[in-house]
Every structure is written in structure tokens, then in C-alpha cells.
Design a protein around this ligand. Structure first.
Ligand code: CMC
Length: 391
């Protein structure tokens, strides 16, 4: 009953109040708690930014040290959850594994009361700490290597590389270029206001469901190619294009909307200008490839594709620019990260935003259950006993 507006895709519906991330779409600005995201990438550590997003302020030296200690403590994962990994098929997509194992944390922490502040804080820290471990274990499972535990002497970004690439048989030295790149990747992906996955987490949480289950729902929502799965899809698209000479034909297919072909890594619901995260990522890719002495032929394809698209009326009129996913995959490839892990890394970073948004929603009492309406377009009331069935 009553009136409501029909807004498919929620293009003009504000669903909550939030003090976490600010985006100015037309200007291409993104701020975390008021701080410019490109500045944070330059000047902050991933864990500092996680604290900022979760708590609301930059941590003091003592607060950061305490937070780091807490996160390290919570990086341990219950052996029952670890045992789950052995049951996935060897070619299972790591995102499928992530949905399952993060959801399974809710079996371990089933007594949790979202309305209790201490419980909530604990859940946020546990998720920030454990999801990177689960992410790396999903990868290790897919290549049949032993899972590595994090090390207390490494930073958040360094630990990710260590758990991904170290084995018990050899000394592993974290490459500082790679650690810097991972730190930047994490910060760039940590939050982005009410995107599909964050809204999913909020809606799931609005019923007071277990937060680990809510984050698993967020992971599922992120997986698709229109959202976090775009970073994987971009690489597949660039590989299919193959060489810069094939770019014009591909762009012609996109413009003709041939079988729904889209330029992956382009376009955004909110940004109608160059995504500021993409600008940072583009610079970072060039720097990382140069510092590692890697030449990736896909970079040339991506650069040509961007040049051709940005000069074309189709993209200009629709205000379609590269988004954060356009260049990120080329950087991750240079670090030796397989394509199937790209979206997992997005999920691992976005977990910080998801828990911060969930905590904000619950702690501020924005707990009216999410319940969109619909326009019903089905049959009028009819009698089962009088119906003959479809035949
Ligand atoms: N390539 C070609 N045409 C596009 C693209 C694209 N990437 N994106 C939008 N358009 C066209 C679309 O066909 C439509 O044209 P028309 O007016 O002729 O029908 C117009 O632009 C508006 O598109 P829309 O689908 O209504 O836009 P949206 O706000 O609903 O979708 C989007 C946003 C990000 C899902 C979309 O731009 C897209 O599919 N991009 C490719 C996938 C991608 O890179 N996703 C990552 C987004 S950023 C990171 C994240 O959120 O995970």
C-alpha cells in the first residue's frame, strides 16, 4: 500500500546515511573519511587506512601498534575451516571457495550478537584479519601447495605476498616493489560507498544476520563481471583482442553492442569522469612494470584501446572512462598473481569497507530492515480449481 518510486538498479535511491566514503562523480573525486584516496595510496599503509575506515580517524602511533597486534592475533584461522579447503575440486574458482569459507566462519562464531558493540568490533577485526589468509589459502589449494600462515614481522601487504608465494622449502624474500603495489591495490579497493556488494552486506545485515554470513553475501555480489569480476574480465578481453591493430574492430563490436559486448573496465554508475582510482592505477602499472623490468604486451593493447575509446563519440557521449579495474589486472599479472585471484583480491580489500559499513549501520541504529518494493506485473487473482494448466 502507499506510493513508492520505481527505480530499477537503484540509480536515484539513497539507502542510508554514511560518513565513510565520499564520491563526486562528475568531478572524479573519491575521499575516505575526508582524505583523498590518491593521497592515502601515496602516504599510508593499508592497515592504517583500514583503521581510518573502521574507526573514522587516523590512528595515533600507539593506536596503530595496538590495532596491528590485534589483527595479527586474529589472522589465525580455525582448523575446522582450514580443513574445508581439502574438499574443493582442484579447479574450483577461488571466489567460489571464498563464498563458502567466509560463510563457514559464521559456524565458528555463531554466538555473535550484532547489537553488542564488543562483539561487533571483534567481528570486524576478525574479518579484516582472516579474509586475506583465506584468500591465499584458496590459491594454494588451487595449485596443490601447502597453506602458509602469516608472519608477525611482516606488514599486511607483505603477509599477503608471503602467504601467496612462499613455501616451507625455501627462504622467501618479499619484493619491496610488489609490497608497495599490493599496499596501493588494497587501499584503492577498500571502500566505494553504496556499490552492489556493500549494499548487499547492508541489506543482509539489516535483518541482524550473522556478519560473517553478510560478508559472504558481499563476496557473492562482488563476483560478477559488472562489479569486482571486471578485473578478470578485462584481462580476458585484452587477450582476445591480442594486438593493438585489432582494437578498432573490437571497438566497432562494442558500439554495435554485438552480443552484448562491452568494453570491460570502462564505465561507472557514479563516475562520469576519469575514475580517480584508475588514474592512480594507470601510473602504478607503468611504475611497477618498469621497476620489475617486465614488458607486458597487454599493456600496449590496453593503452591503444583507451586512446581509441576516449576519442570516440560513443564513449564521450555516454561519459565512459576507465574505472579501477581497467589497469589493475596488468599490474597483478606483473606480480605473478593468476587471473582467477584478481576478484578475490578485490574482495579481500573491500572486506574493510564492508565491515566498516556494516558496523556504521548497526552502531548508528540504521537498522530498519532493507525491503524494496516492486511493480507487480503478473496475472490478476484466479482460481486454482478452475485453471486447466498451461497445456
Ligand atoms: N562498454 C560499452 N558500453 C557501455 C559500457 C561499457 N563498459 N558501460 C556502459 N555502456 C553504455 C550502455 O550500453 C548504455 O548505452 P545506451 O544508453 O546506448 O543503452 C549506457 O552506456 C549506460 O550504461 P548502463 O548500463 O545504463 O550504466 P550502468 O550505470 O547501469 O552500469 C557499469 C555501470 C559499471 C555496470 C557499466 O558501465 C559496465 O558494465 N561496465 C563494464 C564492467 C565494469 O568495468 N565494471 C566495473 C565497475 S567499477 C568497479 C566495481 O564496481 O567493481
Amino acid at each position: 500500500t502507499g506510493y513508492f518510486s520505481y527505480d530499477p538498479g537503484f540509480t536515484c535511491t539513497g539507502s542510508c546515511l554514511s560518513a565513510i566514503t565520499f564520491i563526486d562523480g562528475p568531478k572524479g573525486v573519491c575521499l575516505y573519511r575526508g582524505y583523498s584516496v590518491p593521497d592515502l595510496v601515496d602516504q599510508a599503509q593499508a592497515l592504517e587506512v583500514a583503521y581510518l575506515l573502521l574507526v573514522g580517524e587516523k590512528p595515533s602511533v600507539a593506536q596503530l601498534a595496538e590495532f596491528r597486534k590485534e589483527i595479527q592475533k586474529h589472522m589465525l584461522v580455525h582448523e575446522k575451516v582450514k580443513a574445508m579447503f581439502s574438499n574443493f575440486t582442484i579447479n574450483a574458482h577461488p571466489m567460489a571457495i571464498m563464498v563458502a569459507v567466509i560463510g563457514a566462519l559464521s559456524c565458528i562464531f555463531s554466538e555473535l550478537d550484532p547489537l553488542d558493540e564488543e562483539h561487533r568490533w571483534l567481528a570486524c577485526k576478525r574479518l579484516i584479519a582472516k579474509v586475506p589468509v583465506l584468500a591465499c589459502w584458496a590459491y594454494k589449494t588451487s595449485i596443490g601447495q601447502p597453506m602458509m600462515y602469516p608472519r608477525a614481522d611482516l606488514s599486511f601487504a607483505e603477509n599477503f605476498l608471503y602467504m601467496m608465494f612462499a613455501t616451507p622449502m625455501e627462504e622467501y624474500q618479499v619484493n619491496p616493489v610488489a609490497a608497495k603495489a599490493i599496499n596501493a591495490f588494497m587501499i584503492l579497493h577498500m571502500d566505494h560507498e553504496q556499490n552492489a556488494s556493500t549494499s548487499t552486506v547492508r541489506i543482509a545485515g539489516s535483518s541482524q544476520a550473522n556478519p560473517y554470513a553478510c560478508i559472504a553475501a558481499g563476496v557473492a555480489s562482488l563476483w560478477g563481471p559488472a562489479h569486482g569480476g571486471a578485473n578478470e574480465a578485462v584481462i580476458k578481453m585484452l587477450e582476445e583482442i591480442g594486438v593493438p591493430e585489432n582494437v578498432p574492430n573490437f571497438v566497432a563490436d562494442v558500439k554495435a553492442k554485438k552480443e552484448g559486448v562491452r568494453l570491460m573496465g570502462f564505465g561507472h554508475r557514479v563516475y562520469k569522469n576519469y575514475d580517480p582510482r584508475a588514474k592512480v592505477m594507470k601510473g602504478l602499472v607503468a611504475q611497477v612494470l618498469q621497476e620489475l623490468g617486465i614488458e607486458d604486451p597487454l599493456l600496449k593493447v590496453a593503452q591503444e584501446l583507451e586512446k581509441v575509446a576516449l576519442a570516440d563519440d560513443y564513449f564521450v557521449q555516454r561519459k565512459l572512462y576507465p574505472n579501477v579495474d581497467y589497469y589493475s589486472g596488468i599490474m597483478l599479472r606483473a606480480l605473478g598473481i593468476p587471473t582467477s585471484m584478481f576478484t578475490v583480491m578485490f574482495a579481500m580489500s573491500r572486506t574493510v569497507g564492508w565491515v566498516s559499513q556494516w558496523n556504521e549501520m548497526v552502531s548508528e541504529g540504521q537498522m530498519r530492515i532493507g525491503r524494496p518494493r516492486q511493480l507487480y506485473v503478473g496475472p490478476k487473482e484466479r482460481k486454482w480449481s478452475e485453471s486447466k494448466g498451461a497445456g
